[in-house]
Design a protein around this ligand. Structure first.
Ligand code: SAH
Length: 372
């Protein structure tokens, strides 16, 4: 189907040849005029998909308490940054701040920074957070204050552009987006042969297999890991993904809660790829930081006390509200819903205590540190 972004992509491909899948994803999501996130508010029941903070306030509240607890365990540093990447409508930040301020000294120590490229979503974030904070917005992570930082990213990494490579009998090729022979629709194709070093994380692939590499995710992960090593704080990354780097084509489009063909209607459907937590973990380790997890969202939230929080909220609720709470609890934590597929990974300085929600490791007991 044709739209303004489709026309511009077709013109570009006719003039310059096929583009990479990463370029396609980046144009479809972030084109300054016609990109998916530049045009609309895609969240919630009426939108294209629903995220954990939009399902229930409990999600953000527990993460706010997690930040406060981690802050205390690191000696309650006086001034620190709370940085969210891809804050959507600002719902998570709003719930996090409300909970974090139950510890007033933590609330006072915090300065809020948001990393967001979409002007539409920046406006929405400003409106929704106006009563609680005046955040500073950033395009990326280049200009952060030199102080401890708590980085939150929920369903952020899955929106970053991935390169796809396909193995052939003779070596690796990059998957490209070009035009069908009739020139009327977009189609996948392959580049010429590429050096093996590009796909060194996938040594055992068979011909025909597709792998994904997300340099943008690695670069964000690297900056956050270096920051917590140098200044303190922690990062918390939550996303749909896999713990070990493995082959597979996970690029998918979703429109109005249904799967949609990836190359149809660019800019009109959400495009995501599964997050390779194996790669993020290696990146954090090479930056000198300590990764925690990844573990399932269900066990993580349960260990932070989501069931107790749900029954507390239930005490003051009507029967209808109680049913909504029970459904939200189920959706966020049940293994067949978001509890297992969504992974949670933390990152801290190697000598910082294990943050709440993650399994305690030998390092904690041998060094006699308190854990959350
Ligand atoms: N965290 C929110 C929204 C997830 S959607 C929630 O859980 O509800 C992805 C978010 O990342 C959107 O806010 C989108 O505009 C933002 N985003 C996508 N690509 C980005 C990029 N390259 N840099 C900064 N923000 C980006």
């Amino acid at each position: 189907m044709s739209n303004a972004l489709w026309d511009s992509l077709v013109r570009r491909i006719r003039a310059q040849g096929p583009i990479t899948v990463a370029d396609y994803m980046s144009e479809a999501l972030s084109h300054p005029e016609h990109g998916y996130y530049q045009k609309q508010d895609p969240f919630g029941h009426a939108g294209d998909f629903i995220t954990a903070p939009e399902i229930s306030q409990m999600f953000g509240e527990l993460i706010g308490l997690w930040c406060a607890d981690t802050w205390q365990a690191q000696g309650s540093p006086q001034a620190c940054a709370l940085v969210e990447l891809g804050p959507g409508r600002g719902t998570l930040m709003s719930d996090v701040l409300r909970a974090a301020r139950t510890l007033p000294e933590f609330g006072q120590a915090l300065e809020v920074h948001l990393v967001e490229t979409s002007p539409v979503l920046r406006r929405l974030q400003q409106e929704n957070l106006a009563a609680q904070t005046q955040p500073t917005w950033h395009e990326g992570l280049e200009y952060l204050p030199r102080r401890p930082a708590f980085f939150l990213a929920n369903e952020f990494f899955d929106a970053l552009p991935v390169h796809q490579y396909q193995r052939s009998e003779t070596g690796w090729h990059e998957r490209l987006v070009g035009l069908e022979d009739d020139g009327q629709s977009l189609a996948f194709g392959l580049s010429g042969p590429l050096p093996d070093s590009l796909c060194q994380d996938f040594p055992d692939c068979s011909p025909g297999e597709v792998v994904e590499v997300c340099p943008a995710a690695r670069s964000y992960a690297d900056i956050m890991a270096r920051h917590v090593c140098r200044y303190g704080g922690a990062a918390l990354w939550i996303d749909y993904g896999h713990d070990r780097t493995a082959a597979g084509d996970s690029l998918q489009a979703v429109k109005q809660h249904n799967y949609h063909p990836v190359l149809t209607d660019p800019g009109e459907a959400d495009l995501t790829a599964h997050v390779d937590f194996g790669a993020l973990k290696r990146t954090a380790e090479s930056a000198g930081a300590r990764p925690h997890g990844p573990i399932g969202q269900g066990p993580f939230l349960k260990s932070l006390g989501i069931e107790t929080r749900a029954s507390l909220l239930g005490e003051a609720a009507t029967p209808d509200q109680r049913a909504v709470l029970a459904a939200a609890l189920q959706r966020l934590t049940a293994p067949e819903q978001m509890g297992t597929l969504f992974r949670v990974m933390g990152v801290t300085h190697p000598h910082a205590p294990t943050p709440a929600g993650f399994p305690v490791t030998e390092a904690d007991s041998t060094e006699g540190r308190a854990t959350g």
